[in-house]
Design a protein around this ligand. Structure first.
Ligand code: PEP
Ligand code: MG
Length: 874
């Protein structure tokens, strides 16, 4: 098996499609070299297969050593220099590059190949001893930290001493002598800490660095990132070894990052930052003040033109917006990396539409639909801030990731996590962020930094997650447990708001206004609708008129689940429900039911009106009745403490009577309907009377009555008989024909298995995948997230939380079986899903595969589902 590929290697397929093998970075480097012929420093990629082998077997595959040697020899030939040559050394970088981008999560080693001899050669050949020793001390530190795991504080202490000697804070001013001494000191730190001298043999350095990059795949921060992004822990990373070029070489050198269009708005034109006389890390770290790319036209006009040309070629080739890193060494441009650029939701929509019209790109509508993700839509549909009084604006930074966030400020990732665990909404405020802050960024409502540009770590990560961020708010000075802006001081725990669009940092709470959406949203969704028309529709889970109206505005094609228990709550209704439960005579019970009927009918009228002409699936009462009674344990405690009032005593007795050891498996759903027969009849009557009223008013109500938690055919057959009696009675009150279906939820494993029997008495099935997951796994949906699920995900025991994304192999198999058996008995049966999975793109993919007729999800999720269904069908 081959493990190592030169960037110029011929592949049977375009290298950009080989991300599984070469990782994203390696695949795109190979594309730039072997297909586009761009100026890229030569190098090679060690495949992800080698990494997987290393992680499984604890060492290199036997062939790898020879392949790396051959690749190094070829690299030396292309570069015209040798690793470790004491007169003119080749230096290389060693970088990770996984299939999916994991910004800053894994390790990198730069300037590899320097040692006590070659540093002198570098000094001679460049005529710049300062530069050579600066590179050497950077390398020792990076190799020490990354490969040898020497704590960075140990290095920092020595660097401070050197800076003090140099008498200047900026390390650019340290002389060659000071830097040479610093290199010696840093080597001594390594020797002290590891008990071994700093490795002098470049082959040794390379081998150890490759191992370190392989190992960094499993670093805690990389694992945490993958858990968050649902990236498979088994993929492994590729390793890219590439000739170093130096942006810090002289005044005709520099480095930068560039986007082929604006990743925040989608506007055309070069976009990015650059720095003169600096190395790549300086731009991304946010520690230096960068200059906008447009200014490069003044400093390096030819390079600017060359970049414009390269950006155009990249866009035409990839047919997308690209993000690049480049370095200029002594007036020569080198492209170090490119990839399809991360973008905000607004930019994603605008780019997708614009690129259908761009004569160089000509995306098809189907391609445009595929360019927008669920996360992009989430960002767009997020609420934004209301207008605020100028005087409350503390500072303005760069709006790096849109959306509005309000939270109590914390200044370290750990403090942010602790506050989050106390239930606070948190805003993480840092001078700048690094991968070590990821856990704090994850729990934060938003991120604010005082340094860094639009491509700083904070900006890139937040944008990728759709989390609001403001970066580079330079007026803010973070100091321990507070920050200051001029003479204003803001303490830890105070509330601050940030606007990721405008960059405003505002003191105190700010109200949220409805989201504004670019017109391209509707275009993309319409194109998505064209793709899925007649194949799968999208409904909403809504249980009142206003929600149904919103859902329809978002494009819902009916209601897939109206949970009627929500109509039983609220101050006025709950006592009536309690009266029904507590009734000691049939008359008392009927009186309470009659009262409930009145209010339910009104609710149904508004819902049917909002969804006129579209199907409305109403589920009869599902939860155990004790949910409508006060908490038994609490009553027990107060009885012991200060006794109960007469009313409380009655409720206590009822709560005690209805109490069950395992209520989710107890008297709920159709079981409750059968035990408390009057209840379902009342609900059906209220619904059908509402339908008759709507029909008489000229509307077109389409009603589907849904029975929850069915396990056997007999249960459904019994309830269906009652429902049919009610339909007949309601039909007698109006001349217009009522359109009513009767069906069931499939949410128990037995119901799925016996779907054939059940289909004999069901016009439709709706898969309740929440309960089906609960019962198939035997995971209590109310408890499992607290302890078991986080552990299972960390350990990789489950690839994803099955309550979030359907477990295709288990729960999915039950759904597929029910589809097949149900359709066999009743080919025209309508099949949908109304569990939370109905709004999850990965689950939707599966539901399209097994041919469901619709998915149903929360109203705000409807646009995402419309898009996801189309994408799944393409
Ligand atoms: C389900 O179980 O998937 C469902 C939609 O019902 P609920 O969440 O109300 O139990
Ligand atoms: Mg359920």
């Amino acid at each position: 098996m081959q493990y190592v590929y030169g960037f110029d290697h011929e592949h049977p397929r375009p290298p950009m499609e080989l991300k599984d093998l070469l990782g994203g970075k390696g695949a795109n480097l190979a594309e730039m070299v072997s297909v586009l012929d761009l100026p890229v420093p030569p190098g090679f990629t060690i495949s992800t297969e080698a990494c997987r082998h290393y992680l499984d077997a604890g060492g290199w595959p036997p062939e790898l050593e020879g392949e790396v040697d051959a690749a190094v020899a070829r690299l030396e030939e292309l570069a015209g220099r040798q690793l470790g040559d004491p007169s003119d050394p080749l230096l290389v970088s060693v970088r990770s590059g996984a299939k999916f981008s994991m910004p800053g999560m894994m390790d990198t080693v730069l300037d590899l190949g320097l040692n006590d001899e070659s540093v002198r050669g570098l000094a001679e050949v460049t005529g710049d001893a300062r530069f050579a020793y600066d590179s050497y001390r950077r390398f020792i530190q990076m190799f020490g930290e990354v490969v040898l795991e020497v704590p960075d504080e140990l290095f920092d202490a020595r660097i401070e001493v050197a800076q003090a000697t140099a008498g200047d804070e900026a390390d650019a001013r340290m002389s060659a002598e000071v830097l040479a001494q610093l290199a010696e000191d840093l080597k001594a730190v390594v020797a002290e800490h590891t008990g071994q001298p700093f490795p002098q043999d470049p082959r040794d350095q390379l081998r150890q660095s490759i191992d370190a990059v392989f190992r960094s795949w499993n670093s805690p921060r990389a694992r945490a990132y993958r858990n968050r992004e649902h990236i498979d822990h088994h993929l492994g990373t590729a390793v890219n070894v590439q000739m170093m070029v130096f942006g810090n070489r002289d005044e005709r050198s520099g480095t930068g990052v560039g986007f082929t269009r604006d990743p925040a708005t989608g506007d055309a034109g070069l976009y990015g930052d650059f720095l003169l006389q600096a190395q790549g890390e300086d731009v991304v770290a946010g520690t230096h003040a960068t200059r906008p790319l447009a200014e490069m036209a003044d400093v390096f006009p030819e390079i600017h033109d060359e970049l414009v040309d390269i950006f155009g070629r990249l866009e035409r080739h990839y047919r997308d917006m690209l993000d690049t890193e480049f370095t200029i060494e002594q007036g020569k441009l080198w492209m170090l990396q490119t990839r399809v650029g991360k973008r905000t939701g607004t930019a994603a929509l605008r780019l997708a539409v614009a690129m259908t019209e761009d004569p160089n790109i000509r995306l098809t509508r189907a391609e445009a639909v595929q360019r927008v993700t669920a996360d992009h839509l989430d960002q767009i549909l997020h609420p934004q801030f209301e207008k605020v009084d100028e005087s409350r604006i503390l500072a303005t930074g760069l709006g790096a990731s849109p959306g509005a966030a309000v939270g109590q400020v914390y200044f370290t990732a750990d403090d942010a996590v602790a506050a989050h665990q106390r239930g606070e909404k948190v805003l993480l405020v840092r001078p700048e962020t690094s991968p070590d802050d990821i856990h704090g960024m994850q729990v934060a409502e938003g991120v604010l930094t005082s340094r860094g540009g639009l491509v700083s770590h904070a900006a890139v990560v937040a944008r990728g997650w759709g989390k609001p961020a403001v970066v580079g708010a330079e007026a803010i000075h973070v100091a321990g447990d507070h920050f200051t802006v001029g003479d204003r001081r803001v303490e830890e725990g105070e509330v601050v708001a940030i606007d990721g669009q405008t960059g405003d940092v505002i003191l105190g709470e700010v109200g949220l206004a409805a989201a504004t959406t670019p017109p391209e949203l509707d275009m993309i969704l319409e194109w998505a609708d064209e793709i899925r028309a007649d194949r799968m529709s999208v409904r909403a889970n809504a249980d009142n008129g206003p929600d149904a109206t919103v859902a329809r505005e978002y494009g819902a094609e009916g209601i897939g689940l109206c949970r009627t228990e929500h109509m039983f709550l609220g101050e006025e209704r709950l006592p009536v429900v309690q009266r029904m439960i507590l009734a000691s005579t049939p008359e008392e019970e009927q009186a309470a039911l009659d009262e409930l009927l009145e209010v339910q009918r009104e609710d149904f009228v508004t819902i049917l009106e909002a969804m006129d002409g579209l199907p409305v699936t109403v589920r009869l009462l599902d939860p155990p009745l004790h949910e409508f009674l006060p908490d038994y344990e609490a009553l027990l405690r107060s009885q012991a403490r200060d006794g109960l009032t007469e009313e409380e005593t009655t409720l206590f007795e009822a709560a005690s009577e209805w109490r069950e050891v395992n209520p989710m498996l107890g008297t709920r759903g159709v079981r409750l309907g059968i035990v408390k027969g009057g209840l379902y009849k009342m609900q059906v009557r209220a619904l059908l009377e509402a339908a008759a009223l709507r029909a008489d008013a000229g509307g077109r109500p389409i009603v589907e009555i849904m029975i929850p938690l069915v396990v056997t055919r007999a249960e459904l057959a019994l309830v269906r008989r009652w429902v049919e009696e009610e339909i007949e009675a309601a039909q007698a009150t109006t001349d217009r024909p009522l359109q009513v279906g009767v069906g069931t939820m499939i949410e128990t494993p037995r119901a799925a298995i016996r779907a054939d029997d059940i289909a004999e008495v069901a016009d439709f099935f709706s898969f309740g995948t929440n309960d089906l997951t609960q019962m198939a796994f035997g995971f209590s949906r109310d408890d499992v997230e607290a302890r078991v699920m986080p552990r299972y995900l960390d350990e990789g025991i489950l690839p994803r939380d099955p309550f979030e994304s359907i477990d295709v192999r288990g729960v999915g198999e039950l759904v597929a079986l029910a589809v097949e058996r149900g359709r066999k008995v009743r080919p025209d049966i309508t099949l949908g899903v109304c569990g939370e999975h109905g709004g999850d793109p990965a689950s939707i993919d599966f539901f399209t595969e097994i041919g469901l007729d619709y998915v149903s999800c929360s109203p705000f999720r409807v646009p995402v589902a419309r898009l996801a269904v189309a994408q799944a069908l393409l």
